[in-house]
Write a protein that binds this ligand. Sequence first.
Ligand code: NDP
Ligand code: ZN
Length: 175
Amino acid sequence: MNKLIQAINFAADRHRNQRRKDVHASPYINHPIALANVLANEAFVEDDCVLIAAILHDTLEDTETTETELVQLFGQEIADIVLEVTDDKTLPKAERKRLQIEHAASISRLAKLVKLADKICNLRDITSNPPSNWPEERKREYFEWARAVVDGLRGVHPALEQLFDESYKARPLPS
Ligand code: NDP
Ligand code: ZN
């Protein structure tokens, strides 16, 4: 069984009715695939657990998928990474965002790689394919928040951290 292909198939099915927030409403699955592509082909991460967790990273947070399903299909190690990058959706949004900053330094090394790739991809999206209704100020706030999260993740993968820093350089500046 090729678990990476299985994960792509599984995530594509779970996200099948979801779209990103850009003006073209891109298919949601483009985003998890972009994370895996950054990890494998730009940062040369070879650990299959990380690539598979990247593909699955939004299934718990944004679909009906359960931890039990992920454990059964992909094993405990991958399920644990996905859990570590999943926000508690019972909390208010501002609290969730604060906790991402607070928890960043204490998550596992493999979860840090997935989170770094997530922030790289979201900053690139905001630069070239932004949510359709976001004023510049909201984009700026997102860049600063992502930077605060990533500052807690540093020290695990210099090349990935440099890719983040490059994506951060493209932030909109106050006029
Ligand atoms: P959101 O959390 O609402 O949206 C950002 C998330 O959307 C990203 O982390 C990403 O998450 C996902 N996403 C989907 N499509 C795209 C895309 N094309 N480009 C980038 N990301 C995309 O935004 P904020 O972080 O700004 O919200 C923070 C808080 O601020 C919320 O409580 C919100 O209600 C509030 N708010 C702020 C305003 C402001 O002007 N600052 C205005 C109104 C509300 P993923 O990787 O998980 O898919
Ligand atoms: Zn994501």
